[in-house]
Design a protein around this ligand. Structure first.
Ligand code: ZN
Length: 890
């Protein structure tokens, strides 16, 4: 059999991916079983501007493992790919490109600008779909979607119109988060709240005297604020009705300084008597809480700050046109001049910034489109309380999700951008609003052609919220929708549970009447080696493509798969060790192929002990991996496979069967051994395939003989990805063989330990003597040849050993002894062992002293302290071993 000595991952990666994609193996149609169960996943669509980062690579690996596993298990499997139009990011990216040409989007105008974005998308967008092919993602590219595709846009308009007609979408004046830099409204989720060191200003407002003026002795009420400039827009002072200090303010009027306005005092439970002076200024047009309070008390809304964060004419002639911060200084100066500034104190508070550009957001009253969330929210909460859907893994995210839903407010869905789904609302000359699925429908409804469409677009998350059904062709009742909705699982990061997961659930319940996915798996986060989040600004990210180049995709996938839902520091050593694992697989397979038979033996009669053992181990491995995947325990699945392949298969089975496999003479025993070895390898490759798709395909295709595909894929081009995933035949579990092999492995390992412990030369043969203990002893005789070969022993006998023997107690309780006479120089060995003993004791004493120092124990990280304690325990154990060994030399 011709197989290269070295595995070349790159060649396999490119070659096989192209083959798989071309042959249609990723599409659900490849499955010919009309009764096949269905498994489907929609990908969280990456931004069209995005390129692959570790977060994607992690999610995609987990989705691909599940998809490949289910496909091999005979499911009609669909993993649907696609890309999000990413409204503001994309618009900014294309605007920046224009800027280099000396133009702005306004120079082009809306239509040309949007054309330009499409052109950019066709030429250089969706980089990530090329990178996903490198990952081995078995997505069905024939169903790839883009949120701005015509069919998805149709779904967006349909949802908008229906929700508008039901009164769940409305247009209104509301206070919103406004980014003065990006010139757009932001949802609460696009705003970052950050701690800020600032000042708290105590301003004195004069109270207008009712019964004749007492100007010699004016009364004041003091309010505290972090934003003095907004006082120009105050329309009330509020106090708590239970606050004794302000009882007498009932019915009083305040003369608002720096303006000619008089404002009332209002009483409201919202006011916290503990904050500042217990009296607060109310600026309904520039603070969300004041806005709500203003509505309750019918207060006027005086707008003093505009969309560019500059003061308006309403702020008065002295302030109009000033930037908000300049106005702040001026207001404070004026108060000081008038003797109305009581004090200024340092104060830490939280400030809201635009998540994207970090500009301090300005709460503004603005006309926007909103979605009422109360009834939609109830649909999601009911689904959880009545049906416990969706199921969150790990389950603690369920509470995060429901808590957030319970506190949900109306969603601002309009954005002042050009790139996105333009709101399907038109205005007549008289200002009448017509909401329709198309301009033609709007004209018909309005009875006129003179309509102007609302210039705003919808928040990007509006279309992403429809993703699990818009991608299947909704509102049409398509076959895909019937077949693949609800999907099986959503795999995503925890930071978009609110932005995305909850909205998909609400929209799915509203428009399809069923949850969009059965399970939600929340992945862990991959941190940099220091435990920090990877970010573009910190430049501490690790590029998955570089890791692929360095260690191969399979090794990277194995590393990512075992992250699962746990936050994990990136550790290149781990990838390297899985690259070594890939090489181990290659070399083991190479050995099997060098001594292969033209057929694979799956007949399980006439088996030797080690055959029964490996089949039992293989069966349990298959069962454990299937169970781990069903429970989303990716880490366990990886560990189980790794140890089976490396320890059981390579270290023991190949070694134990080697003599039979490599013997010169062509006997039935050799044929059986060879083909059984291949059979175990073949099944192991299938077990590994979802995690390591490339190397397993490369090797599987090289195996001789018939390689069966799963019954659902008969007639398809041969590929391991359509072979059946081993479930494990319970009949092959053989506990007796496992127990016996465990003792034999223990015996061989202990003899090898003694050999290295006592410095016995590799060429020297030892004698193994076993003294039976009380318990039952494995029948070492059945594998005597292998035991002798693997331990370089000349014979194995039972009975008493001479005094000068190295001894060890076997797991079954019997005593193992290796007579040392003639093998080593006793005196020299004794000295060597004593020296080691002394060294260990010195080390132990030093560590004890360190741990005895309270300063060290208090300051050192707990991990370090535990490490030292573990080392001391190790030393103690090793010392006692050495003592035993030295005694044996007496
Ligand atoms: Zn911004």
């Amino acid at each position: 059999m011709d197989i290269p000595k070295q595995y070349d991952p790159k060649e396999a990666e490119q070659h096989h991916y192209e083959r798989w994609e071309r042959s249609g193996a990723f599409a659900p149609e490849i499955n010919k079983d009309p009764n096949a169960p269905v498994y489907s996943i929609v990908i969280p669509p990456p931004n069209v501007t995005g390129s692959l980062h570790m977060g994607h690579a992690l999610q995609h690996t987990l989705m691909d493992v599940m998809t490949r596993h289910k496909r091999m298990s005979g499911f009609r499997t669909l993993w649907l790919p696609g890309v999000d139009h990413a409204g503001i990011s994309t618009q900014l990216m294309v605007s920046r490109a224009l800027k280099k040409e000396g133009k702005s989007r306004h120079d082009l105008g809306r239509e040309k600008f949007v054309e330009r974005v499409w052109q950019w998308k066709h030429e250089s967008g969706s980089q990530i779909t090329v990178q996903m092919r490198r990952e081995g993602a078995s997505v069905d590219w024939s169903r790839e979607k883009f949120t701005m595709d015509e069919d998805l846009s149709r779904a967006v308009r349909e949802v908008f119109v229906r929700l508008y007609e039901e009164g769940w979408i409305y247009r209104g004046n509301r206070i919103v988060n406004w980014c003065p830099m990006d010139q757009t409204v932001l949802s609460d989720l696009e705003v970052e709240k950050l701690p800020q060191q600032g000042k708290l200003y105590y301003l004195r407002y004069p109270i207008k005297s009712n019964n004749g003026s007492d100007s010699a002795n004016p009364r004041y009420v003091t309010v505290a604020t972090t934003r003095p400039e907004t006082m120009l827009g105050d329309t009330a002072v509020a106090v708590n009705p239970n606050d004794e200090r302000y009882r007498d303010l009932k019915g009083q009027t305040i003369l608002l300084p720096l303006t000619d306005r008089e404002i009332p005092v209002v009483f409201d439970e919202y006011v916290d008597p503990q904050f500042g002076t217990g009296a607060v200024k109310i600026t309904p047009a520039h603070d969300p809480n004041d806005y709500e309070l203003g509505l309750r008390h019918n207060l006027a809304q005086v707008v003093v700050i505009d969309a560019h964060a500059k003061m308006t004419p309403e702020a008065g002639a002295n302030f109009a046109g000033l930037d908000r911060y300049a106005a702040r200084e001026k207001v404070v100066e004026e108060f000081e001049r008038l003797g109305l500034l009581e004090k200024v104190v340092d104060y830490e508070f939280s400030i809201s910034k635009c998540e994207r550009c970090k500009t301090v957001i300005e709460p503004l009253i603005s006309t926007q489109w909103f979605m009422k969330m109360d009834q939609l929210r109830d649909l999601a909460l009911e689904l959880m309380s009545k049906e416990q859907k969706p199921r969150f893994v790990p389950e603690n995210y369920e509470r995060v999700y429901t808590n957030w839903l319970e506190n949900l407010r109306d969603w601002t869905i309009s954005r002042q951008l050009w790139w996105g789904h333009q709101i399907p609302a038109w205005y007549t000359k008289d200002g009448e609003v017509i909401v329709a699925r198309s301009e033609a429908e709007a004209r018909e409804k309005a009875g006129t052609n003179e309509l102007t469409q609302d210039p705003d677009v919808l928040d990007t998350w509006f279309s992403s919220g429809l993703w699990p059904f818009s991608t299947f062709g909704w509102p049409n009742e398509t076959n895909d929708l019937k077949t693949f909705y609800p999907t099986s699982v959503l795999v995503t990061a925890r930071d978009i549970i609110f932005l995305w997961v909850s909205r998909m659930v609400m929209m799915g319940m509203k428009f399809i009447g069923k949850e969009p996915f059965a399970d939600v798996f929340i992945t862990g986060t991959i941190l940099d080696p220091q435990g920090q989040r990877m970010s573009k600004t910190k430049m501490n990210g690790v590029d998955p493509l570089h890791v692929f180049d360095k260690f191969g995709v399979d090794a990277t996938r194995l590393t990512l798969a075992q992250v699962g839902s746990t936050d994990t520091r990136w550790n290149e050593k781990q990838v390297e060790s899985y690259r070594n694992f890939a090489n181990k697989i290659w070399n083991a397979a190479r050995f099997c192929l060098l001594y292969s038979e033209p057929r694979i033996n799956t007949d399980n009669t006439d088996l030797q002990l080690h055959d029964r053992w490996i089949l039992s181990r293989l069966t349990k491995t298959a069962q454990e991996v299937n169970a781990a995947l069903a429970a989303y325990e990716f880490h366990d699945a990886v560990q189980t496979l790794y140890h089976f392949f490396w320890d059981d298969f390579c270290d023991w089975y190949i070694e134990l069967t080697k003599a039979d496999v490599t013997t010169e003479e062509d006997t039935p025993r050799r044929r059986d051994a060879r083909s059984r070895l291949l059979s175990v390898l073949e099944q192991a490759l299938r077990l590994l395939h979802p995690f390591m798709p490339y190397i397993t395909e490369e090797l599987w295709l090289r195996l001789p003989g018939d390689k069966q595909l799963h019954a659902a894929y008969q007639g398809a081009e041969p590929t391991i990805m359509l072979a059946a995933y081993p479930e494990g035949d319970p009949q092959l579990i053989d506990e007796a063989a496992e127990t016996e092999m465990k003792e034999i492995i223990d015996l061989i390992s202990r003899v090898r330990n003694i050999r290295s412990e006592m410095n016995i030369k590799p060429a020297d043969r030892v004698k193994i003597i076993v003294k039976r203990g009380g318990g039952k002893l494995a029948d070492f005789g059945v594998l005597e040849d292998q035991i002798l070969r693997l331990t370089r022993a000349s014979d194995l006998s039972f009975g008493e050993a001479p005094k000068a023997s190295a001894r060890s107690i076997l797991s079954g309780g019997a005593e193992l002894a290796i007579p040392l006479e003639g093998l080593i120089d006793f005196e020299q060995e004794r000295q060597r062992l004593n020296r080691e003993q002394q060294k260990l004791q010195a080390e132990s004493a030093k560590l004890e002293a360190q741990l005895g120092n309270p300063n060290f124990v208090e300051r050192a990280p707990a991990e370090r302290v535990n490490e030292l304690r573990a080392r001391i325990a190790d030393i103690a154990q090793r010392s006692s071993q050495l003592r035993q060994t030295v005694e044996n030399l007496q």
